[in-house]
Design a protein around this ligand. Sequence first.
Ligand code: SAM
Ligand code: SF4
Length: 342
Amino acid sequence: MNGSPSPDQLTRPMVDPFGRTIRYLRVSVTDRCDLRCFYCMSEDMTFLPKKDLLTLEELDRLCSAFIAKGVRKIRLTGGEPLVRRNVMSLVRSLSRHLGSGALDELTLTTNGSQLARFATELRDCGVRRVNVSLDTLDAQKFCAITRWGDLDKVLAGIEAARDAGLAVKINAVALKNMNEEEIPALMEWAHGKDMALTLIEVMPMGDIGEGRIDQYVPLSLLRARLAQHYTLTDLDEDTGGPARYVRVAETGGKLGFITPMTHNFCESCNRVRITCTGTLHTCLGHEDASDLRKPLRASPDDDLLSATIDRAIGLKPKGHDFIIDRRHNRPSVSRHMSVTGG
Ligand code: SAM
Ligand code: SF4
C-alpha cells in the first residue's frame, strides 16, 4: 500500500475494465430461508454459522461504502431477506441515503411469506417496489415446489404490499413438467392485477441433490408457445439487467424473460453482489470472489475497504457461460443461488 486513498478515490465511480460503471448492488442479507424451493436448496441445507455473518451495522457500512462509490440502486435479497432478525433496522438505516438523494432505489426480492407483516414499514422506509417470487398459483404445486410453503400466506403478502402502495413484480422460475403449462394463467393473473411477470430460466447453481436437466425448459420455447395466443411486442428497455421485456397486447401487461442459459446479457451488466458474509462477487456466473469482511473489520475507516473493492471491480469478468454439465449432471457454479441472492 502506498498511503491512504484520497477522498476522491473513496468516492470515484466504479468502472470495470470493459467500461461498465457499477451502479447496482445486490445484497444477500442471510443465507437462511423459511422455504426450500427444490431448484434452489436441498431439503437438508446446512446454513452458515451466525458468527460468519456480517452484522446489520456492518452490512449498512458496506452498502454505504458502495453508495459513496456510485451505487444508485440496492436490492436486498437472500435466502429470504425478511427472515433475518431485525432486518427492518437495516432497511430503515439505508433509507437515509434515499432521503439524501445518494440512492435512487432501495428494493428487495422476497418469497412473500413475511410480506404481510412488513409491507407498511417497507413503504414507510421509502421502498417503492418489491419483487415477489411465485412459481405457481396451485396450492399443492406451491407446496411441492417450496417443500412446505403456504400459498395463501404469499398471496396475502402480495395483497398487503399492494395495499401499502408498493408496486409488485412477480418472478417465476420456469420448471419443466411443473409450471410450464400454467405460465399463461400466471401471466393473466399478474397482469390482471397490474403486476409485471418475469420468467426465469433455471440456472445451474449449487448442488441441490436433483438433476438440473430435468428442471430446465428454455424460455425461447415458452415464448414461442405464448406467441401462438398472444401478441408480444419487444420493449426497448435496457435496465442494465438480464431481463428482456415484451408488452402483451391482449392483457396490456409486461412480460420479462431472464435467459442466462440461452442469451448472454453481460455487455450491459452494471451490477455486483455481496453475500451475507461480506464476499463480493462481480459476476453471478463465475467463481470469482473477494473478501470484504476482512478489510471492513480491519479498520474503522473505509480506505482499505475501498481499495479492496476497486481491486475486485478491476477484475470483473467480461461475461459468463453457464453450462449444465450433461455428462456428470453437475452445477457449473458450485455456490447456491441463496448464497449470492440471484
Ligand atoms: N427468497 C427470495 C425469493 O425467493 O425471492 C430471494 C432469494 S431467491 C434466491 C431470488 C430468486 O432466485 C428467486 O426468484 C428464485 O426463484 C430464484 N432462483 C433460485 N434458485 C434459482 C435457480 N437455480 N435458477 C434460477 N433462479 C433461481
Ligand atoms: Fe428460499 Fe427464495 Fe431459495 Fe425459494 S428461491 S428456497 S424462497 S431463497
